[in-house]
Design a protein around this ligand. Structure first.
Ligand code: FES
Length: 86
C-alpha cells in the first residue's frame, strides 16, 4: 500500500498491458459466493487478459500472450469559473 493511502481505503491500479493491482482490505468472492482466502495478502493482482491459469489472479501470462491495454482515466473536470456562472 502506498504511504499516502488511507489505511481503510482500497486502491485498484490499472497496470499498463497487465492486471488490476488491488491494494487494501477487500473480500473477493466467486459467482456462488465462495470466498478466496486473502489472509496475509495486503495486495494482489487480478487478471484482465483472460490467459491466467490461476484466475481470477494474474500469473504473468499477459506477458506471454502480448496483452495490450493501456487504459487511462479521463482528466479531472475543470470547475466553472465565477465569470462562467454569471
Ligand atoms: S493480466 Fe496477468 S495473466 Fe492476465
Amino acid at each position: 500500500m502506498s504511504e499516502n493511502q488511507p489505511q481503510n481505503e482500497v486502491k485498484i491500479t490499472v497496470r499498463p498491458n497487465g492486471p488490476f493491482r488491488v491494494e487494501g482490505a477487500v473480500t473477493l468472492v466467486d459467482a456462488q459466493g465462495g470466498q478466496w482466502d486473502l489472509t496475509g495478502k495486503p495486495a494482489f493482482s487480478l487478471c484482465r487478459c483472460g490467459a491466467s491459469a490461476n484466475k481470477p489472479f494474474c500469473d504473468g501470462a499477459h506477458n506471454k500472450i502480448g496483452f495490450q491495454a493501456n487504459d487511462t482515466a479521463p482528466p479531472p473536470a475543470v470547475p466553472p469559473t465565477a465569470t462562467e456562472n454569471s
